[in-house]
Design a binder for this molecule. Sequence first.
Ligand SMILES: *Cc1c(COP(=O)(O)O)cnc(C)c1O
Length: 499
Amino acid sequence: MHELLSSRSSEHYADVLHRTVDVLAARFRDTDRVFSGASREQLQALVDDVDLDGRPLGTDDALREVDELFVEHAVWFHHPDYAAHLNCPVAVPAVAAEAVLAAVNPSVDTYDQSTVGTLMERALVAWTARRIGFPHGDGIFTSGGTQSNLQALLLAREAALAGTTDRDGAMRRLVVLTTASSHFSVQKSALLLGLAADAVVPVPTDALGRMRADALAGALGAVAAVGRVPMVVVATAGTTDRGCLDPLAAIADACDAAGVWLHVDAAYGCGLLVSPTRRHLLDGIERARSVTVDFHKSFFQPVSSSALVVREPQDLQPVAWHADYLNPEDSDEPNQVDKSLQTTRRFDALKLWTTLRALGADRVGELFDDVLDLAARAEELVRDDDDLVLVGGTQLSTVLFRYQPVGLSDEHADRVVPLVRRVLLESGRAVVAKTVVDGRPCLKLTLLNPGSTVDDVARVLGLVRDAAAALVEGDDLADRGAEADEVAAVAAVAGAVAR
Ligand SMILES: *Cc1c(COP(=O)(O)O)cnc(C)c1O
């Protein structure tokens, strides 16, 4: 039996993997565009062409198809013209560790499925907890910040309901306080956890979208005054759009005074835990009761790699369920499934483990520092550009801006801004993001590539300017609205930008 990885197929495995890596390495060496620029219609046709019930191709041809279909049209997050979302280039030792994981294929649910892997994950969670400032903290690796936030809110809900006799009645009164800038997974978690439809209460923010601690104190009082119960305050250490941090220490003061669970969502800002120069931005995080960290954002780890960390180990208790076939109540083995929402679970910790052993935490922090420095320079470029207007200002590495040369109306600029993103994607020349801030659409660069230079950012901004100018000039969008016209305009300008 050759198909499955075993002692008998080890040479075949080595041969297939070596050749696969060689083909990929050539792609990394030779690909000079962030995206092929293929249209969705073209990509759909390529997918539709494949008959999943057709004659099997054999491993070599199947992998050739993967290379031509998927790798050829993948978005290259490590390319300097990629500046859209919170995706980082990945550390090479972590990629190697991912290959180890894929082959050994452990599951870190019970000790007897993972043995030393469980002990390594626990050591890495303890390391992360110490970096946060939880000397005896605990936690678990998760699939991402969304799952980490869900679990944090579940634990906070159970803490709030502890000892109640009327669970349903108590649940209807629970409230989650957070800002409009927090991640949407907070709202989604509230829904999944069965909280009331109006459970998420927005706390007022400052001009950069950061929670106002004085307003939080007021909101906590107002919630209690109407007979509702604050279940958790979710502070964000690195908002997804603006890259800003809520004032953690002042928020912790308000939470302590009211006896409320503080969850810090540091999915984006967790890289500051290892920053040689900016760790102080997280001051106060050690007063949280739970923290979300996304290593796949600011620790240069491959997707997925995230963790939920708690200050008090017993806070994880509510997710422990016992099954005779897996983790019986009387088991004296360390079963990670007792701390997780998942059962079968990837040993993602191995990737960060390998990275820390290979590069060291300081080096990872320096790389994150580099992108924060780059963002500061990028903001200067936007400020100095007559056609671009900086929106807000970042504490991490996002740059928000609008294309708005003198003479272009707000409404016209509103229509052009989102089209620019599509033009650049379809041209294959650059990938930027768009969002809405204070009701107005704007473009967003998320800089997470320490290899990118100021010149790279300037080139992307130049492409934005060219695309926007061509959109404004090529057709007076102010007079048009029809989607078909927009699609045609985008395609025409994308064609021009691609050249
Ligand atoms: C990205 C992000 C999340 C969600 O994390 P995933 O890993 O994408 O699930 C949560 N919170 C913040 C602040 C984020 O930026």
